[in-house]
Design a protein around this ligand. Structure first.
Ligand code: MOS
Length: 738
């Protein structure tokens, strides 16, 4: 009877429409009388725009309008800080808007009867620049005398977080071994299937409406309204099918510029970015440089950890303050360490902006933390699983920020399950021990195994307002014949909408066929918060459950239809103390451990990922197949991050803005096997015990691969991506050759 729908693999509601090509993505939509837009991006990395001559563009046949900075009512936007002009150029009402700070900046918009005319006219715009000095290295940007990007951030330091826990001197005094390392990570491109696209028009109620792909309709609405000087309810955002997001659609891309044109012209306006425009036009994962020094006792107990973390935020804030906040928390791993000293910086440079990407600072932190942990194990002659088992956080242990994790801590169990079920380890009376690994007959190839573990917050952190609101409507007479769920959460490919329907059916107690979902439209749904931070199942589930309980009560009171809206608010979190870092950073976490087997080609430097075992505590798998899909997707995406994806930027200019030269994994690269161990240690406040899980399988793949490469070759590579040329250089430097 009850509890039959949550926990079942049912087919995704969008499966058939997506595999048959019937699903309409933003670029598939057309309206009668629509115009086309093209963006003139900045031609310079850092420059003052002296003048813009649009006359030749305006005279081009078919051109309807050309917009520049002077046409934007309130020429600023940004998720955290309004630090980016919608259009850069003179004549704007915002100081500093005449400066371009990176190649992603927009200078002008051309709207024409055809896409071709808009493109041709875009190239006829004459822009007179006065070059400014550039800085494209985050450490150099912090120097006195470096070019300054934003007046509000001296030395280009957008954020600085400190952790001061315990007594470092006492910690180092207890350490029998100390390991030091410098870890560098690079940009990562989201590479979602559909580049940015959208259609804007004035709807029947006079609202400036934007149909677009994003992660949070209400945030897009707020950003558009702010920049256009409109009230929020004068703007409507609708998401049709979204071609992936991964954090890359958190910030604005085409939303504001489409709305601006539709508002001014009162005609539908459409845009589709090319892949090149997409790679140039949206933020990337933060390149981070981490210096780390950890010490442990002879028994393998980590007693001191010190780190400096510098993230290249690029030219605008985007979500840098949040991403680096998370990196600051994750850089000491899921471990109980008594003495910690960390300084983390988010820094402006003239590079392309950096922002959200699956894991949100966690992967960078984990790359350093897990590298340090495995190196400590080696220095002590200890097994890498054993040392982790001796240091992982247990319930009640204090995080680096001086407070315990929320209840439901499962990392000890997750590490043990992963090690045992991977087949690479066995538990002996003396602790965890590696089993022998078969080596290929070909002496130019060597295999190795690596292990890493981590934790990922669920939901917005550090005091950010957090809520999700759902409405449930029950229709019928004697029995509930139809259930309507209003839940705005974005379906970015993760299966959220299917899970919403499952949770609503479960909460109301009806077969799923009776449930309909209204979603992704600011005019028809309440604020759900973002499809990010692994939060949507957790947050929407609690909101749906609360709304269902109240709607059922109304139903029992004979209301027809019975309708209830419920806002779920999780336990509050608090920001970092500026001096010590003390905080209650998050209200829930998921826990992960991964074992990776690789084969390294000593001649070519190729790293082949053979097998991945991913143990994830998801609390409750609402739809097990979707969980497995998230694990497999995250593993392959992280594999690309670790060994293939190399965005080359020279003096602020991306050299390979194409998927032909920026290489992501294809079917030929994926591991032979990804074994997903779905563990269900219930979160005490998760809906049906569910935790979030979209990001955690990403976090620990890169460090596990690095450890596996070391296991195979004896060489540590602390810089990702571990591209073949970089691997060969490291092997040669250590005289590991065939
Ligand atoms: Mo995500 S990186 O939390 O959109």
């Amino acid at each position: 009877m009850m509890t039959t729908i949550v926990g079942q693999t049912i087919q995704r509601t969008d499966a058939v429409s997506k595999v048959t090509g019937r699903a309409a993505y933003p670029g598939d939509l057309d309206m009668d009388g629509q115009l086309w837009m093209k963006v003139r991006f900045s031609d310079r990395v850092h420059a003052r725009i002296v003048s813009i001559d649009t006359s030749r563009a305006e005279a081009y046949p078919g051109v309807v309008a050309v917009f520049t900075a002077r046409d934007v009512p309130n020429n600023e936007y940004g998720l955290i800080i309004f630090d980016q002009p919608v259009l850069c150029g003179p004549g704007s009402n915002k100081p500093g808007a005449d400066i371009v700070r990176c190649m992603a900046d927009h200078v002008a918009l051309v709207v024409a009867e055809t896409e071709q005319a808009a493109a041709a006219a875009r190239d006829l715009i004459q822009i007179d620049y006065e070059d400014l000095p550039i800085v494209t290295d985050a450490e150099a940007a912090m120097d006195d005398g470096a070019p300054q990007l934003h007046a509000a951030s001296p030395n280009n330091i957008l954020c600085h977080y400190r952790i001061r826990k315990g007594d470092m001197q006492a910690g180092w005094a207890q350490a029998a071994v100390v390991v030091e390392g410098t870890y560098t990570t690079s940009w990562q491109e989201h590479a979602y299937l559909q580049p940015e696209a959208g259609l804007s028009y004035i709807d029947e109620e006079g609202r400036v409406t934007v149909v677009v792909g994003g992660q949070w309709v209400h945030e897009d609405q707020e950003q558009v309204a702010h920049a256009l000087g409109l009230e929020r309810d004068q703007v409507r955002i609708i998401y049709p099918a979204i071609g992936g997001a991964f954090g890359g659609r958190e910030d604005m891309s085409v939303q504001i510029i489409l709305a601006l044109a539709a508002m001014k012209l009162r005609r539908p306006v459409k845009i589709i970015w090319s892949r090149e425009e997409s790679i140039r036009g949206h933020h990337k994962r933060h390149p981070v440089k981490i210096y780390a020094r950890w010490g442990a006792t002879r028994e393998g107990k980590v007693v001191a950890a010190e780190a400096q973390v510098i993230g290249d935020g690029g030219a605008y804030a985007y979500t840098t303050t949040k991403v680096m906040g998370n990196a600051n928390l994750m850089v000491t791993g899921p471990y109980c360490i008594p003495n910690i000293h960390i300084d983390t910086y988010g820094v402006y440079t003239n590079n392309i902006p950096a922002g959200a990407f699956r894991g949100f600072g966690g992967p960078q932190g984990a790359f350093a933390a897990e590298g340090q942990m495995t190196k400590l194990a080696q220095a002590l002659g200890m097994d890498p699983v054993e040392i982790r088992a001796r240091n992982v956080l247990h319930e009640g242990d204090l995080l680096s920020v001086g407070t315990p994790l929320p209840k439901g801590v499962s990392i000890p169990e997750v590490v043990a399950k992963c090690a045992a079920e991977s087949g690479y380890w066995e538990q002996t009376p003396d602790g965890w021990k590696r089993k022998p690994l078969a080596q290929p007959a070909d002496p130019s190839k060597r295999r190795g195994v690596g292990f890493a573990c981590g934790f990922k917050n669920v939901g917005f952190s550090f005091g950010a307002p957090e809520q999700n609101t759902a409405t449930i409507e029950l229709y019928g007479k004697a029995e509930i014949e139809r259930v309507v769920v209003r839940q705005g959460g974005a379906e970015v490919g993760q299966g959220a909408h299917t899970v919403f329907l499952q949770m609503a059916a479960e909460a109301v107690g009806v077969p799923i066929e009776r449930v309909e979902l209204i979603t992704q439209d600011t005019a028809q749904t309440s604020n759900s918060g973002s499809a990010s931070a692994s939060r949507m199942t957790f947050m929407a589930g609690n909101a749906i459950r609360g709304a269902a309980e109240r709607a059922l009560e109304a139903w029992r009171n004979e209301e027809r239809p019975a309708i209830a809206t419920y806002q779920y608010r999780p336990p509050k979190t608090t920001p970092y103390d500026p001096q010590t870092g003390r905080s209650e950073p998050n209200f829930a976490y998921g826990y992960v451990a991964q074992a990776v087997e690789v084969e390294v080609d000593l001649e070519t430097g190729h790293v082949h990922v053979i097998r991945v075992v991913s143990a994830n505590d998801v609390g409750r798998a609402v739809n097990p197949q979707l969980v497995q899909g998230q694990v497999e997707g995250a593993v392959v995406q992280a594999q690309g991050y670790a060994i293939m994806e190399h965005l080359v930027s020279v003096n602020g200019v991306i050299q390979n803005p194409y998927l032909s030269t920026y290489l992501i994994p294809t079917v030929l690269d994926v591991p032979h096997e990804v074994k997903a161990l779905i563990l269900e240690y219930a979160d005490p406040i998760g809906p049906w015990g569910a935790r979030g899980m979209a990001e955690m399988p990403f976090l620990t793949i890169a460090p596990a691969i690095a450890a596996a490469v070391h296991d195979a070759t004896g060489v540590w590579i602390d810089s990702i991506p571990m591209t073949p040329d970089r691997v060969v250089r490291h092997l040669q430097a250590h005289h590991v050759a065939v």
